[in-house]
Design a protein. Sequence first.
Length: 97
Amino acid sequence: MPNLLCPAGHVIDLSVTPTPGERVYLPAAEWDDLVRDLARAALKTGQDEQLIAEAISDALAGRTRSFYECPVCGRLVFPDETPPLGCEPVPYPEADR
Ligand SMILES: [Zn+2]
């Protein structure tokens, strides 16, 4: 498995499974389709919890994409976007008092 380079030049090692700092996301426009796929997957498998879990996992894996938090600088790297995106970590603003 290749490495991934964050925008600051740090190497994110993708050879470890699960990759530390890996997250998944879903385009919001695909939400309804995903829910439909999950319902269908659960209905097809009957009552076996393990089979339902596997079907749901397969449906999620087919619709979600991964992004990675750089372990050095905390940037978020989205390799599946075109072009690949790298986002700086942004601190939460101070709460108004
Ligand atoms: Zn980095």
